[in-house]
Ligand binder design. Structure first.
Ligand code: ADP
Ligand code: ZN
Ligand code: ZN
Length: 722
């Protein structure tokens, strides 16, 4: 008898056995996909093991329909990696596997069904075209000679822009010949001489031969990317591949160009949420066949099946976008550490503001700390100023001194960045007579007032309502906005600074494809200008002319129920501040606060993030919070309040458990979203082993709970928002 154990994409915490008929046996192998009957459906599954017997009743077993692949699409090492993910995150193996696979493979498509569509400039070469984005695309192609359509789209260019260049015969499509690369003829283009700190860092990285994790703690502009590039050079020269993980919006033509310029004849692939299913499949295939040397990708690129991976780099490693917030709730940085350790290869985590978890690993010598303390090109440090808002008469949230400093900076022809982490015009409307607030009726939260489109929008459930003309409670017409959002800040500055162009960057202004890039281009064109934005502005973009950064409200981060709030606030302030002062003169950073004497704020401003983070770690240690303990969260939500509470209460054991602390059920920070009640159970353990041991038991128990099918629940291991 021949049997196979198959992983299927079904929400059950188990695998499935099938019989294999004579005709299919010769093609059978671990890591190949098979088509199987499942109930009344037909599903695609992956073979995990081939075996001779089963503990199930054989006469109940069905036979597989077909073996899909000629060659296994997954190696046993890769399957082990997925088994680890599944165990670690308490998520069914089948669903884990199908989260990792590109959609085309999940559907049973052949892995080599595609030819890569490429675009190159025509004979005509450079030309002036109308439309900034079209021009940028043409310039990019001329600079890089040829690119895949997938890459072009990953960089934010649209099909329409490609088409209009094609219509003008400025670019041509062609089918890519199979790419190969040879490690002995790699052409390395001009590179700068490293400064002393960079050289020390590079030397340390190049020295290691097995697994070693480096935390590259370097202020913005200190040349971390240059260290990555020179470390990568060594890896690709050995014929090995590398993965560079970047945050969700870190993938810009500028970033990619630096890699391409340096490694002119190396195949580099991009992985990003803009790719189509076919483009994903193509990158997957190139990675697996070692046709591509370097991948620059967002979170999910950690699942690519590299044939010969030699190095993992995580840029901006503190960034929250590396953590997936639904389904398989993985952290790409943590999975990178697992892959690097099992493959025995080096890993580099880079950041100006390392996560406290990573920093603690460095302090305890599990990781090696490499420091870049100076900007690579200009030796200027930013000056921080706390603006005390107590007793100030503020205009639309701006203190008088703040407005004055903005005007002075603009007068010198420099740019100003104003940061506020709240989009919309105002977070709520309030009735002046009775105090009614524009709360969302489906969530325990406010509905934000958007003035331009005259709507009340709930940012949690997306509910949209018109603005009431009268107060629904008392009938008064005295309804007014209260609090500040970016829309209002931009409107106010427009009126206050009539001749200065204002660019607003938030989710509302960048919804249209390509509009974010357009705004960035406008900013880069230089000259006096004010940029108003949310945290979208904080990430990795170079704005050479910004000399002043204003952070309107830092107080919300100081007093919050989330124990990570101060860490995130400090990271945000430091990252936003890092946008200033690249032009050569020291940048100025104004922080408006009602608590200028707050010790954490003082530490951050006077001694920098490095010092702040180390102090924050001692605080975490005192109270035993991560990274000095390990957390998991069981979340549950449903329309019936009693069921949600009952479900979570049942999970709390009657006796105390050694090494484990349970807290809850507690209401989630937002107790109700879209009409559903949300509760959670906090599990805190002294050691990782104890936590995972307990979670394994718990997840079996949960799966057998009678309410498990009636409410939504999830296990979040190492949650980053509580
Ligand atoms: P980070 O990644 O830390 O923000 P970058 O690597 O982007 O820093 O470096 C900032 C700027 O300094 C870039 O324009 C880069 O080309 C330049 N740079 C980096 N290292 C050097 C060096 N050793 N010599 C000269 N310029 C450098
Ligand atoms: Zn009222
Ligand atoms: Zn809502």
């Amino acid at each position: 008898m021949k049997l196979v154990e198959v992983a299927l994409k079904v929400p059950l915490n188990r695998t499935f056995d099938y019989l294999v008929d004579e005709s299919h046996r010769s093609k059978l192998a671990i890591g190949k996909r098979v088509r199987v009957p499942f109930g009344k459906r037909e599903l695609v599954g992956v073979v995990l093991t081939i075996k001779e017997d089963t503990n199930l009743a054989v006469d109940k077993l069905k036979s597989i329909y077909e073996v899909i692949d000629e060659q296994p699409i997954l190696t046993t090492t890769y399957l082990k990696f997925l088994q680890f993910c599944s165990r670690y995150y308490c998520f069914p193996l089948g669903e884990t596997l199908f989260t990792a696979l590109p959609a085309a493979l999940r559907n049973g498509d052949a892995i080599d069904k595609l030819a890569t569509q490429m675009l190159k400039p025509s004979e005509q070469g450079s030309a002036k075209v109308r439309g900034k984005k079209q021009q940028a695309l043409l310039d990019y192609l001329i600079e890089n000679r040829a690119c895949s359509i997938g890459e072009i789209k990953a960089l934010g260019f649209t099909q329409a822009q490609i088409k209009s260049l094609e219509d003008k015969s400025l670019v041509e499509r062609f089918i890519a010949p199979p790419t190969t690369w040879q490690s002995d003829v790699i052409q390395i283009n001009h590179k700068p001489v490293l400064n002393a700190e960079q050289a020390t860092a590079c030397a340390a990285i190049k020295q290691v031969e097995a697994f070693s994790c480096f935390l590259l703690e370097g202020i913005t502009g200190s040349g971390k990317t240059e260290v990555y590039l020179q470390a990568l050079e060594d890896i690709v020269k050995q014929g090995l591949q590398a993965l560079v993980l970047v945050p969700e919006i870190g993938l810009t033509p500028q970033t990619v160009n630096r890699f391409r310029k340096r490694f002119a004849n190396l195949p580099i692939a991009l992985w990003h949420s803009n790719l189509s299913d076919n483009e994903r499949l193509e990158v997957w295939r190139q990675v697996e066949t070692n046709e591509c040397a370097i991948v620059i990708g967002t979170r999910s690129s950690i699942f690519l099946p590299f044939a010969k991976l030699g190095m993992l780099i995580v840029d901006e490693e503190h960034d929250a976008s590396f953590k997936q917030q639904d389904g398989l709730r993985y952290h790409a940085r943590d999975l990178a550490a697992y892959r690097a350790a099992t493959l025995q290869i080096p890993m580099i985590l880079g950041s100006a503001t390392p996560a406290l978890e990573s920093l603690q690993h460095a302090i305890s010598n599990k990781y090696r700390l490499l420091t870049l303390s100076q900007r690579a090109q200009t030796a200027t440090a930013n000056q921080f100023h706390l603006v005390d808002m107590k007793g100030q008469i503020a205009q639309q949230g701006f203190a008088g001194i703040t407005l004055q400093t903005i005007q002075d900076t603009l007068a010198r022809g420099k740019q100003v960045m104003v940061f506020l982490n709240r989009r919309g015009f105002a977070p709520t409307l309030i009735c002046h007579e009775c105090g009614w607030l524009s709360n969302c009726h489906r969530c325990s939260s406010n509905a934000t007032y958007h003035k331009g489109i005259a709507q009340l929008i709930c940012h949690h459930c997306g509910d949209v309502n018109t603005i009431p003309r009268q107060c629904p409670d008392c009938g008064s017409t005295q309804i007014m906005p209260t609090g500040l959002g970016t829309e209002q800040v931009a409107e106010f500055l427009n009126a206050h600074l009539p001749n200065t162009p204002i660019t607003r960057i938030d989710r509302d202004t960048t919804r249209k494809k390509g509009s974010f890039e357009e705004a960035l281009d406008e900013i880069r064109s230089g000259g006096a200008r004010v940029l108003v934005g949310t945290q979208m502005l904080a990430k990795g973009h170079h704005f050479p002319d910004v000399a002043l950064v204003v952070i309107l409200d830092v107080d919300s981060g100081l007093y919050s129920s989330d124990f990570r709030a101060t860490e995130h606030m400090a990271q945000l302030i430091t990252q936003v501040a890092g946008r200033a002062g690249r032009s050569g003169e020291p940048g100025k950073v104004l922080l408006q606060t009602h608590f200028p004497e707050h010790p954490l704020l003082q530490d951050l401003v006077n001694n920098g993030y490095q010092d702040f983070a180390r102090y924050a770690l001692t605080e975490r240690q005192e109270v035993g919070l991560p990274p000095f303990s390990h957390l998991a969260l069981i979340r549950a939500e449903g329309h019936k309040f009693e069921q949600v509470l009952q479900f979570l209460s049942d999970l709390v054991p009657k006796q105390r458990l050694a090494g484990i602390q349970l807290l809850g059920p507690l209401p989630a920070p937002l107790e109700r979203i879209a009409g559903k009640f949300r509760y959670q159970l906090h599990i805190q353990a002294e050691s990782r082993n104890v936590l995972h041991h307990y979670l394994a038991q718990l997840s079996d128990y949960i799966n057998s709970h009678p309410l498990a099918n009636r409410i939504r629940w999830s296990i979040d291991v190492d949650p980053i928002d509580m």
